[in-house]
Design a protein around this ligand. Structure first.
Ligand code: AGP
Length: 607
C-alpha cells in the first residue's frame, strides 16, 4: 500500500505535496518522492527512507511550479532505494508517474519494451507504466494513459504529469483508492482524504477503470470506454485524525477490515491458471526430501501463525514440523542441520529475537525461508528465500491482517510443497486453490455481520478471566485469540487444548466464567462438544465459533458466532476474524487504548 498525492492550481505545489505526504505516511514509509512541473519541464527529487529525508533534500530547493505529484512508498517490487522510489519516468524524463498498487504482468511488458529498445533503471513494476505511456503518447495524454491501462493487469491508483502538458494531470484507478479534491482554481488528488482535507472537503471518489483529466478549474472523468462520467460531489464531514483511519475509530479496526483486500493482494499473481507459483521461493523436491524436518521460528502472533502452519504442513506435506519461540530457540543448542528448512515469520522483519534465531540457523547452513510484510526489512535481506505478505503497513500494535496473510502464505507454501512431493491429488490441489480464492469474499461476509460479536463483548467485558478452548487447528487459533484479548483489553486470558481441561485447568471454571470455544474442525467436533459440555456443567458462559449450518452446537452453548464453510486447513484464516473483533470490542468497552496498548511496541527490536 502506498500513498499518492497531486496538485494543480496557483500555489507552489511542493509544500502542498509534502504536507499531503505527511498525512499519507501511515500508508507506507520506506521511501518518498515528488515531481514538480515548472511550466517548461519536470523536476524530480526522491529518496529512500522516511519522508523527513526527502523533506530535508528539497528544503530551499528550486522545485518551483504549480503542478506536481508525490508518493510515499510501501515497497512490493524492488527494495527501498533512491532509484526504486517514485515518481518513475520515461527515459527523457518528460513523463512522470506515481503509483499505488501491483502491476501483475509487469515482467512481460518490461521484456517487450526492452526488446523495443526501452532502457529501465529500477526494479519496480511501476516503471513499465511510464515507458508504456511514452510508447503510446502521440500528443494526447489521456489517450496514452488509456491505451496503457488496457495493457496492464493488476491494481493501480496512478497520477501522471507530462512535460508537454503544464496545464493538467491525468489520474486513473483500479482496485486502489483515489480521491479528487475540488478547490477554487485548484484541484487535488490523493490516495486518501487526510492528504487534502486541509484544502477542501469537496471530493469525487474515482471508481474502477475511470480516468480523470484534471486542470486548475476543470475535472473531466471518462470510463474505460471513453464515455464521459458525471460524478456526485461528496462532502467530507470527518476530521483529519478520523480520516487517517478511513473513518474507523482505530487503526486496528481499519486493519481488521482491510483483511479481505490483504488476502486478495497476497494471493494475487501467485495463483496462475489454477496453479500456485511462489516465484519468490524455489525450494526443490530434493531439498524437501532431504530436509528431515521443517522448523518454524517466530515470536508472538507470528509464532501463533507458525503453530497453524505446523498443522497444515504436517497434514499436507507429511514432513515433521517443529515450531519454536525465537527467544527460547536462540539459546538452546538446537538439533538442526544444513538440510533442514527453517521458516522464519515476522511482520516487521526486525524483531531482535527472531533475527538472532535466524542468524544462528544460517551459521549452521540451514535454508532460511522468510515470511514477512516489509520489503527490504533485515529479515528479507538476510533470508535465502522470501515470501511477502502483501498486507500493507500494519500500524496498530495488535497484529491482525499480517497474521491472516501469514496463514495464507503458509497454506500456499504447504500446498506447493505437497504438490512437489506428490503428496496431494490433483483434485484436492484444485479444490484448495479454489477455496483460497474464495477467502477474501468469505472474510468480507464475516465483517458484514458483526452484531453477534459486539453483543458477546458487551456481555463479557467485565470478566476477570476469559478462556479459549479448541482442538487441533481450533486450539492453534485459540492461542492467537487469547493473545489479542490480553494485549489490548488487559483481561487475564489463557488458551487451552480442550482435551487438557480435565487434567487441571477446569478447576478454574466457575459460574459465569466466559469461555470462547472454537469448534470448526469437523473431524474433532464431537470431542470438542463434550469438552464444551464439561465446562457448561461447571457454569461457564460459552461463546462458540462454529461452521455455518451447524445446528447441534446452538443447543449446547450460550452464543454462537458462525463462520462460512471452507477447507478445513483454511478455516483458521476465517475463524480468527471474529476473535480479533471480539478482543477489539471488549477493549473498546473497557476504554483501553486499542492502537497503543500499555507496555507494548509495534516492533520489538530489542531483546
Ligand atoms: C501481535 O499482536 C503482537 N503485537 C506481537 O506479538 C508481535 O506479533 C510480535 O512482537 C512479533 O512481531 P513481528 O511479527 O514483527 O516479528
Amino acid at each position: 500500500m502506498c500513498g499518492i498525492i497531486g496538485y494543480i492550481g496557483n500555489e507552489q505545489a511542493l509544500p502542498i505535496l509534502i504536507e499531503g505526504l505527511k498525512k499519507l505516511e501511515y500508508r507506507g514509509y520506506d521511501s518518498a518522492g515528488v515531481a514538480v512541473h515548472n511550466g517548461l519541464h519536470i523536476n524530480i527529487n526522491k529518496a529512500k527512507g522516511r519522508l523527513a529525508v526527502l523533506e530535508e533534500r528539497v528544503e530551499g530547493n528550486h522545485l518551483i511550479g504549480t503542478l506536481g505529484i508525490g508518493h510515499t512508498r510501501w515497497a512490493t517490487h524492488g527494495e527501498p532505494s533512491d532509484i526504486n522510489s517514485h515518481p518513475h519516468t520515461n527515459q527523457s524524463e518528460d513523463i512522470a508517474v506515481v503509483h499505488n498498487g501491483i502491476i501483475e504482468n509487469y515482467m512481460k511488458i518490461k521484456s517487450w519494451l526492452q526488446r523495443e529498445g526501452y532502457v529501465f533503471v529500477s526494479d519496480t513494476d511501476t516503471e513499465v507504466v511510464a515507458h508504456l505511456i511514452n510508447y503510446y503518447y502521440k500528443g494526447n495524454l489521456v489517450e496514452a494513459v488509456r491505451n496503457t491501462l488496457e495493457r496492464i493487469e493488476g491494481s493501480y491508483a496512478l497520477a501522471v504529469i507530462a512535460k508537454g502538458h503544464p496545464e493538467c494531470m491525468v489520474v486513473a484507478r483500479k482496485d486502489s483508492p483515489l480521491v479528487i479534491g475540488l478547490g477554487e482554481g485548484e484541484n487535488f488528488i490523493a490516495s486518501d482524504i487526510p492528504a487534502i482535507l486541509k484544502y477542501t472537503r469537496k471530493v469525487y471518489f474515482l471508481d474502477d477503470k475511470e480516468i480523470a483529466l484534471i486542470s486548475r478549474d476543470r475535472v473531466n472523468i471518462i470510463n474505460q470506454y471513453g464515455e464521459k462520467v458525471k460524478k456526485e460531489v461528496f462532502e467530507v464531514t470527518w476530521d483529519v485524525e478520523a480520516a487517517e483511519k478511513g473513518g474507523y475509530q482505530h487503526f486496528m479496526l481499519k486493519e481488521i477490515h482491510e483483511q479481505p483486500k490483504a488476502l486478495r493482494d497476497t494471493l494475487t499473481s501467485r495463483i496462475k491458471v489454477g496453479r500456485i507459483e511462489l516465484d519468490d521461493i524455489n525450494i526443490t523436491r530434493s531439498q524437501l526430501e532431504k530436509a528431515g524436518k521443517i522448523v518454524i521460528v517466530a515470536c508472538g502472533t507470528a509464532y501463533h501463525a507458525g503453530i497453524v502452519g505446523k498443522y497444515v504442513i504436517e497434514k499436507l506435506v507429511r514432513i515433521p514440523v517443529e515450531v519454536e519461540i525465537a527467544s527460547e530457540f536462540r539459546y538452546k543448542d538446537p538439533l538442526i542441520n544444513e538440510n533442514n528448512i527453517i521458516i522464519v515469520i515476522s511482520q516487521s522483519g526486525e524483531t531482535a529475537d527472531t533475527l538472532a534465531a535466524m542468524r544462528m540457523c544460517k551459521t549452521i547452513g540451514a535454508k532460511i525461508v522468510a515470511i514477512t510484510n516489509v520489503v527490504g526489512s533485515t529479515l528479507s535481506r538476510e533470508a535465502d528465500h522470501v515470501l511477502y505478505t502483501w498486507a500493507g503497513p500494519e500500524i496498530a500494535v495488535a497484529s491482525t491482517k499480517a497474521y491472516i496473510t501469514q496463514l495464507l502464505c503458509l497454506s500456499m507454501m504447504a500446498l506447493d510443497f505437497a504438490d512437489k512431493m506428490g503428496k496431494i491429488s490433483r483434485e484436492e490441489y484444485r479444490q484448495m486453490i479454489e477455496e483460497m480464492q474464495r477467502l477474501p469474499q468469505l472474510a468480507q461476509n464475516l465483517l458484514d455481520n458483526k452484531e453477534i460479536i459486539q453483543r458477546c463483548a458487551d456481555e463479557t467485558f467485565n470478566a476477570n478471566s476469559i478462556f479459549y478452548i479448541g482442538r487441533g487447528l481450533d486450539y492453534a487459533v485459540a492461542l492467537e485469540g487469547s493473545l489479542k484479548l490480553k494485549e489490548i483489553s488487559y483481561i487475564h486470558s489463557e488458551a487451552y487444548a480442550a482435551g487438557e481441561l480435565k487434567h487441571g485447568t477446569i478447576a478454574l471454571i466457575e459460574e459465569g466464567t466466559p469461555i470462547v470455544a472454537l469448534a470448526t474442525q469437523k473431524n474433532l467436533f464431537e470431542k470438542t462438544l463434550s469438552n464444551i459440555k464439561e465446562v457448561k456443567a461447571r457454569g461457564a458462559f460459552v461463546i462458540a465459533v462454529a461452521i455455518e449450518g451447524d445446528t447441534v452446537i446452538e443447543k449446547e452453548v450460550d452464543r454462537v458466532i458462525f463462520i462460512p464453510s471452507t477447507h478445513n486447513m483454511l478455516a483458521p484464516i476465517l475463524m480468527v476474524i471474529p476473535l480479533q473483533l471480539y478482543a477489539y470490542y471488549v477493549a473498546v468497552a473497557k476504554g483501553c487504548d486499542v492502537d497503543k496498548p500499555r507496555n507494548l511496541a509495534k516492533s520489538v527490536t530489542v531483546e
